[in-house]
Design a binder for this molecule. Structure first.
Ligand code: NAP
Length: 289
C-alpha cells in the first residue's frame, strides 16, 4: 500500500463534531422518519458525493449526526461546498486508480479520525446507448472499471482498515439494471450485476475481521438527478419508464439516501447483510400500465 496518493482538500474542523454545527441545517425533519439510527458520531465515506444521489447521501448521513468524507473526482468546489455545509471533509480520488483509492481511504481515516462506514456510490452510466454488437471493447472496459473495479478497490482499501479496527459496514449503490438488464447498456448492467456477487462474497468475509460487519446493496431505478434532467423533461420518456413501476413516479435521490441510511444503521439493520434493497417504485420487467 506504499505510495498511496491522498488528495485531501481539508474541510471543516477535524475534531469531534457537534450535532448542530454552525451553518449546518438542524437534524430534525431530515432524519429517517425521526427514528434513532445510532449513526451519530460515526465516520462515513460517501463516494461520488458530488453527483445527484451523492449529495443527498451526504445530507442524509450528516442529518443523522455522522461525519462525512465527501469524495469527488473532478469537482473540488462542489465537494468543498458540501463539506462546509455538512461539517465534513472533501476528498479527491479517481476510483479506477489503485493508489488513489488506497490514498482516499487513508485520508478519510486521518481527516475524520476514523472510519466505520463506506457508501460506495460513485458510478458511471455510459453513453451513447449501443447494442453489444456495436460496443467498443474500450467502452466496455471503461464501464466495468468505473463501476465494478472501482468498487472492488474501494472495498479492499476499506476492509484493510477494518482489519485494524474490527468494525465496518458497507453499502454499495447498484442499479435495477443488474436485475432486469438494460438493452443498449449491457456494459453497465453487467458491471452492476457484478456488485451482487461481490456483496454476497464479502458478507461472509467481513465477519472474519469484524464480527458485526455487514454489506448490503441499494439498487435504485430511474432517479431524477441533474444527470438525466434533460430526458426527464420529456413526458414520453418518463411515461415509458414509469409504465414498468407500481408507483407512477420517478425516484428521488432522497429515496435512495434514506434506504442507504437504514442499511448502514446497525440499530435498524443489524441483522441484515448480503441483501439488495431495490428503490424503484415496485419496478418489474414488464409493462404494468
Ligand atoms: N440516477 C439514476 O437514475 C440511477 C439509477 C440507478 C443507479 N444509479 C447509480 O447511483 C449512483 C449515483 O448516481 P448519480 O445519478 O448520482 O450519478 P452522477 O450524478 O453521474 O454521479 C456519479 C458520481 O460518481 C463519480 N465517479 C464516476 N466515475 C468515477 C471515478 N472513476 N472515480 C471517482 N468518481 C467517479 C462522479 O464523478 P465525476 O463527475 O468526476 O465523474 C460523480 O460524482 C451510481 O452508482 C449510479 O450508477 C443511478
Amino acid at each position: 500500500m506504499g505510495g498511496a496518493k491522498a488528495r485531501w482538500h481539508g474541510g471543516r474542523g477535524q475534531g469531534g463534531r457537534a450535532r448542530t454545527a454552525p451553518g449546518r441545517p438542524p437534524a430534525p425533519g431530515r432524519t429517517v422518519a425521526g427514528m434513532e439510527t445510532g449513526l451519530a458520531g460515526k465516520r462515513v465515506l460517501v463516494t461520488g458525493a458530488t453527483g445527484g444521489i451523492g449529495g443527498e447521501l451526504v445530507a442524509a448521513f450528516a442529518a443523522e449526526g455522522a461525519r462525512v468524507g465527501v469524495h469527488h473526482r473532478s469537482d473540488p468546489p462542489r465537494a468543498q461546498q458540501l463539506a462546509a455545509r455538512y461539517d465534513g471533509v472533501a476528498l479527491a480520488a479517481d476510483l479506477t486508480v489503485e493508489s488513489e483509492v488506497d490514498g482516499l481511504v487513508a485520508a478519510a481515516v486521518e481527516s475524520l479520525g476514523g472510519l466505520e462506514i463506506l457508501v460506495a456510490n460513485a458510478g458511471k452510466y455510459p453513453t451513447p446507448a449501443a447494442p453489444v454488437w456495436e460496443l467498443d471493447p474500450a467502452r466496455w472496459r471503461a464501464t466495468i472499471a468505473a463501476n465494478l473495479d472501482a468498487t472492488f478497490l474501494l472495498c479492499r482499501a476499506f476492509l484493510r482498515h477494518v482489519v485494524t479496527t474490527g468494525v465496518g459496514t458497507i453499502v454499495l449503490v447498484g442499479s435495477t439494471a443488474a436485475r432486469f438488464g438494460e438493452a443498449d447498456h449491457a456494459d453497465y448492467a453487467a458491471a452492476k450485476a457484478g456488485l451482487s456477487g461481490l456483496a454476497l462474497s464479502l458478507k461472509n468475509e467481513i465477519v472474519r475481521i469484524a464480527p458485526a460487519g455487514r454489506i448490503n446493496v441499494v439498487a435504485p431505478g430511474w432517479t431524477a438527478t441533474d444527470r438525466n434532467a434533460d430526458r426527464l423533461g420529456d413526458p414520453d420518456f418518463v411515461r415509458a419508464r414509469t409504465a414498468t413501476m407500481a408507483l407512477d413516479k420517478l425516484g428521488r435521490p432522497a429515496d435512495v439516501a434514506a434506504a442507504a441510511v437504514v442499511l448502514a444503521s446497525d440499530r435498524l439493520s443489524g441483522h441484515v447483510t448480503g441483501e439488495t434493497v431495490t428503490v424503484a417504485g415496485g419496478m418489474e420487467g414488464r409493462l404494468l400500465r
